[in-house]
Design a protein around this ligand. Structure first.
Ligand code: ADP
Length: 748
């Protein structure tokens, strides 16, 4: 702090503070000093009267009218507000007035030393007692001295020497007073300044203390909040990491585990038999063979690479596909480890594979569909062309009888071929719809073989191919409990194929008994089947040679129908084939032996050549209930071979009426689909009239269940349309085979 060396002033702000303090500190002393000084100035007036009565009145005027009132006024003013501003000035004036008063008295009575003493008192009061500041007290002191000297020079008549000598004392007193006042004020100011500095520093310290405390508190709160946030985050992250079904782990630069969730711990232990925990080496825990790959992956992460890999791992319970994402852990710009997130994607992978397979299948089936459509169209058009073309030719009136017969036979063959295709399609639809049922009965296998042999022999031999059959069980044991129609269909199919695909050599078929199964085979020396097609040919619409599909007739349904039948029986079908050498188709059927001797002569006559029937069964009275005219004509032709009287009805009601009027009817061929009363209903009503009459139902649907419905409503048998003469006669023979005696009797 820089003082003004003369005024001792501080800089403005501090000066003001100092003056304020100085005033407050001085106030009491000012009042006390002014009371005392007034008192002394008043009391010494007594001396005036005692020693210089001639001047007493003048001196009393000075004392009591000037000086003492002034001093008392200052005392009283010290109680006002304004005093603070003018107090030094008032003190200054008081000193001058008091000093001047004494000076006047000295001038009048220079010989009286008491007044000089009074003067010294005034000086000492001015410099040390009344609290006038150094500069003002000095000026006032010197003014008083000046007044004294002016008085001594111009006014006093006393010896100058006294005045001058005394003057030296006064000067000295002033000089001492000045120094003393200077040093008093100086030290007061120094004290003030030191205190002030101390206070300031104290304030500063207090302030910074407070600040520090606040900062510490703030920091503590921040830390607490941060800790809480960290705890919350930690809890959340743990919940997520431990709640997931995925594998999560992290490792440091030494490939040691930093963190591992329970799922990964469990899975790893299950797969590799090692229980991982923090601190354990990841690489070391892996089987030897996997280490290099995983090490290189972990190293990539430590090189600050982020990536995802897919992997297949043998978990001991089969292959597990996983997808692992690797992420570097970076702290302050430096990679300190890596974290891994592994997901079991086996399901996804499997469905991808399945999807791909399904797609391939769909594409394949698309290709097949096109091939099938082209094939079907060919298969249907060819016979249609035959039928339409030769029907057209037949119209020609100039044809010879032989030509007519030839055309008709072509039309017949074409019709049969078309029917076969339609039958196949119907069969496969039934199989697909789950409507195909087994109709289990005693079936004589040896007879099937013989029949098929007899049936196809002419065709095979016409092609110049050797045709043989073989069966291994004696007749008695060759009767099994099975669906004979279906066995017949299967064998027919295979033999037909063998003939179709063989141009020379031999065809052999038959069966062997193998354990609880009969193993059938159909062997040919035909074109063979490429190995990669040997499975596919058993599927619907598939032919071994798609490219050359037009080569041979067929819709690719035969084998799949056969396969479905065989599987219904609980058997198996397969092929062994070498391209260009030949094929052997095998199939197995369970060997369910039928009850012995239950075979009736009726059964034995199955599949016998048909035209002979008419020799045995004849002279029947037959009712044909059929609303369709063409079908009616066909039935009539067949019926005429066994009947003598043929009646016809176009509706259910008509059929019922006709029967009522002709109760001696032997056989009714009952169409099921008739307007009004349907065939089932008519049959039911007729059964109330007679249980004897043979009723054979004919339906156009060919669905499983038709037979049951027909039998349940009271029919003896059932025949699916289209009705061929052979089929019809075979059934008629079945029904009347045992009753020839009745017919004969009637004849008698
Ligand atoms: P298709 O009516 O076409 O003969 P199949 O289902 O009976 O229908 O046979 C499917 C395919 O299997 C045939 O198209 C043929 O390519 C092949 N195939 C069947 N049997 C034989 C065989 N004996 N020799 C060679 N190929 C055969």
């Amino acid at each position: 702090m820089i003082y003004n060396r003369i005024t001792l002033a501080f800089p403005e702000k501090e000066e003001k503070l100092f003056l304020d303090k100085y005033f407050l500190d001085s106030l009491l002393q000012v009042r006390v000093s002014f009371i005392i000084v007034s008192f002394l100035y008043g009391v010494f007036g007594y001396l005036d009267s005692l020693m210089f009565p001639e001047y007493a009145s003048l001196f009393h005027v000075i004392r009591y009218l000037f000086v003492v009132p002034v001093l008392l006024s200052v005392f009283f003013l010290s109680f006002t507000r304004a005093f603070r501003k003018i107090w030094q000035l008032l003190l200054f004036l008081s000193l001058i007035i008091g000093g001047s008063g004494i000076s006047i008295m000295i001038m009048h009575v220079p010989e009286n030393y008491a007044y000089y003493a009074g003067m010294m008192l005034i000086f000492s009061a001015g410099y040390f007692f009344i609290r006038l500041r150094f500069l003002l007290s000095s000026i006032a002191g010197w003014i008083v001295l000046l007044v004294y000297n002016l008085g001594a020079i111009f006014y006093a008549d006393s010896p100058a020497i006294t005045l001058v000598n005394t003057n030296f004392f006064f000067i000295s007193a002033n000089v001492i007073g000045m120094f003393a006042a200077y040093s008093i004020e100086y030290s007061a100011r120094r004290n003030f300044f030191l205190n002030y500095q101390l206070d300031n520093e104290k304030l500063l310290v207090e302030y910074s203390n407070k600040n520090l405390e606040k900062t510490v508190e703030e920091r503590t709160n921040e830390l607490l909040l941060a800790k809480e946030a960290a705890e919350t985050i930690n809890a959340n992250v743990t919940a997520i990491i431990e709640g997931t079904q995925n594998n999560i782990w992290a490792f440091n630069k030494n490939f040691e585990i930093l963190y591992i969730n329970h799922v990964f711990q469990r899975e790893f232990e299950k797969t590799f038999g090692v229980l991982l925990s923090p601190g354990i080496s990841l690489i070391g825990s892996l089987p030897e063979s996997m280490r290099p790959l995983w090490k290189s992956r972990y190293e990539r992460v430590l090189n600050n690479e982020q990536f995802t890999v897919e992997d297949a791992i043998d978990s001991g319970n089969g292959i597990v596909f996983i997808e692992v994402s690797f992420n570097p852990i970076v702290k302050k710009g430096e990679v300190v480890g890596g974290s891994c997130f592994g997901e079991d994607i086996t399901d996804r992978k499997l469905s991808e594979i399945k999807l791909k397979k399904a797609l391939e299948l769909a594409e394949e089936s698309d290709r097949l569909k096109s091939a099938f459509l082209a094939n079907m169209s060919h298969e249907i058009r060819t016979p249609m062309n035959g039928i339409l073309g030769f029907s057209e030719l037949l119209k020609n009136p100039g044809l010879t009888g032989d030509q007519q017969q030839e055309y008709i036979s072509i039309i017949e063959k074409s019709g049969t071929r078309m029917l076969n295709i339609i039958n196949d399609i119907v069969d496969i639809s039934k199989i697909e719809a789950g409507l195909m049922k087994l109709d289990l009965k005693e079936s004589n296998i040896n007879e099937h073989i013989e029949y098929i042999y007899a049936f196809f022999k002419p065709e095979v031999e016409a092609k110049g191919i050797k045709f043989t059959y073989r069966y291994s069980l004696p007749a008695k044991e060759s009767v099994i409990y099975s669906d004979r129609e279906k066995i017949y269909a299967i064998l027919t199919n295979l033999v037909k194929n063998a003939i179709k695909y063989t141009e020379e050599g031999a065809i052999e078929f038959g069966y062997l008994k193998k354990g609880d199964f009969l193993e059938f085979y159909v062997k040919d020396t035909g074109i063979g089947i490429p190995e990669n097609r040997q499975e596919a040919i058993f599927e619907r619409f598939i032919q071994a040679d798609i490219a050359d599909k037009m080569a041979r007739q067929g819709a690719g349904l035969g084998l799949s129908i056969s396969k479905a039948y065989i599987e219904m029986f609980g058997g198996n079908i397969w092929v062994e084939s070498v391209e260009g050498v030949g094929s052997t188709f095998y199939f197995t059927l369970p060997y369910n032996v039928a009850r012995e001797n239950t075979l009736t002569p009726k059964d034995m006559q199955d599949y016998s050549t048909l035209p002979n029937i008419s020799n045995e069964v004849r002279g029947l009275k037959i009712l044909i209930a059929e609303d369709d005219e063409t079908s009616g004509i066909l039935l009539e032709i067949a019926a005429k071979m066994v009947g003598t009287v043929i009646l016809k009805a176009g509706t259910g009601i008509e059929a019922l009426e006709t029967y009522r009027n002709n109760p001696d009817i032997d056989l009714i061929l009952m169409d099921i689909q008739m307007p009004g009363l349907n065939g089932y209903e008519v049959t039911r009503q007729i059964r109330q009239l007679s249980t004897d009459v043979i009723i054979i139902a004919q339906t156009a649907y060919g669905l499983a269940g038709d037979r049951e419905k027909a039998i349940n409503s009271g029919c003896n048998d059932y025949i699916a349309k289209p009705v061929t003469t052979a089929k019809l006669l075979s059934i008629i023979k079945k029904q009347f085979g045992n009753s020839t005696w009745r017919i004969d009797k009637e004849k008698v």
